[in-house]
Design a binder for this molecule. Structure first.
Ligand SMILES: NC(=O)c1ccc[n+]([C@@H]2O[C@H](COP(=O)([O-])OP(=O)(O)OC[C@H]3O[C@@H](n4cnc5c(N)ncnc54)[C@H](OP(=O)(O)O)[C@@H]3O)[C@@H](O)[C@H]2O)c1
Length: 334
């Protein structure tokens, strides 16, 4: 049996559809036939900078939702026919942009029946990465997933930078679940303030506040600064004023989602760089937790879902749009 896969020819190159053998999952993997795939910033960075590409030609795409095709010999959580959503263990010829891809069992969640495949594909990466920034970067316990860390500071105020991103909006929701009475301050363009308040933000600031430490501090309890910053978009790389939003006598936690290399932190900060992998490697039940939060009505789609095309052939023409979105996940139906 064969499938069609969309191969990027080289760094900055064009795409072509190629016939390939149907992938077989390893013992801990599941093969999934995607019904919808997401376009993510990393896909664009992989194409143009080869950010995480070991060899060309390459199949890109790291997030999808679809139907289980087959399972490896050690897989117990899924069976053929199950509807799922997943992150993907990408390698040269394994990515979301093909008829069937494989992923590790722990990187896959059951799709709630209330969600379409297009909605479901928008969820895994934002959840895992936002969750890592909360539970690993800030050591905040997520009720039902992670146990409180007795050595971690009790956070009363957190500033979330880039809160309208898929990662940032996931983090706002998870912080509100974990810390019901904390002050959560966000930055984003004004169009997203009402949505971010509905997800749990206390005070929403314009993105321009990232250049002005006094505006950031003024929004904090007592005006003295926040206990912690969760930087979903690497904002500190361009706006070092954000470091001064931290309370001088506080725990000075800075949880930075890994977006690029070369960011330097001022001395005295407890800074940690995180990626989505950090949540699932520390908490293998993380994806099951996502399904439970959704089914319990405690977690909603972090950002709007916009279906921009249908079929593998629609991916190439839409990939450039991914670096210009605002509070939106771009999705291709298959
Ligand atoms: N290491 C990992 O495992 C991992 C995983 C996932 C994502 N990432 C990275 O994390 C970043 C976010 O990913 P995503 O998928 O959540 O992105 P996204 O949803 O595509 O991000 C778009 C949003 O980011 C906001 N934004 C962009 N630059 C900003 C800045 N300097 N300050 C404040 N807001 C800014 C925009 O806000 P406004 O339009 O409201 O201004 C826009 O709403 C990307 O760089 C991505 O590559 C890393």
């Amino acid at each position: 049996m064969s499938i069609q896969q969309l191969q990027a020819s080289k760094q900055g190159g064009t795409f072509s559809q190629v016939t390939a053998p149907i992938p077989k999952p390893d013992s801990h993997e599941v093969a999934i036939r995607p019904k919808a795939v997401s376009l993510n910033p990393i896909d664009w960075k992989n194409l143009h900078f080869g950010a995480m590409v070991s060899a060309w030609p390459a199949v890109l795409g790291i997030e999808g939702a679809g139907v289980v095709e087959s399972v490896g010999s050690s897989v117990t959580s899924f069976k053929p026919g199950d509807e799922v959503m997943s992150w993907i263990s990408r390698n040269q010829f394994n990515g979301a942009f093909q008829d069937v891809y494989t992923s590790q069992e722990t990187w896959i969640a059951r799709k709630p029946s209330s969600l379409s495949f297009e909605e479901a594909t928008s969820l895994p990466i934002g959840f895992l990465t936002g969750g890592a920034a909360v539970a690993v970067g800030l050591k905040v316990a997520l009720p039902g997933l992670s146990k409180p860390d007795s050595t971690a500071p009790q956070l009363k105020s957190i500033l979330v930078l880039g809160a309208s991103s898929a990662v940032g909006a996931a983090a706002v929701q998870l912080l509100r679940i974990a810390l019901p009475s904390a002050t959560i301050i966000t930055t984003s363009s004004a169009a997203h303030h009402a949505h971010l308040k509905s997800l749990g933000a206390t005070t929403c600031l314009e993105r321009s506040a990232q250049e002005d430490a006094s505006a950031l501090k003024a929004a904090s309890p007592g005006g003295t600064g926040v206990d912690a910053v969760l930087d979903a978009v690497g904002a500190c790389g361009d706006s070092p004023a954000v470091f001064d939003a931290l309370r001088s006598d506080g725990p000075k936690l800075y949880s930075l989602v890994l977006t690029r290399l070369g960011i330097e932190f001022p001395p005295g900060l407890q800074a940690m760089m995180v990626g989505g992998y950090d949540l699932v490697s520390k908490y293998p039940d993380a994806m099951e937790y996502l399904t439970k939060l959704l089914e319990d009505g405690k977690y909603q789609l972090p950002v709007k879902v916009e279906v921009v095309g249908k079929g593998l052939s629609a991916i190439e023409g839409n990939l450039d749009k991914v670096m210009k979105v605002s509070g939106t996940k771009l999705v291709i139906s298959l």
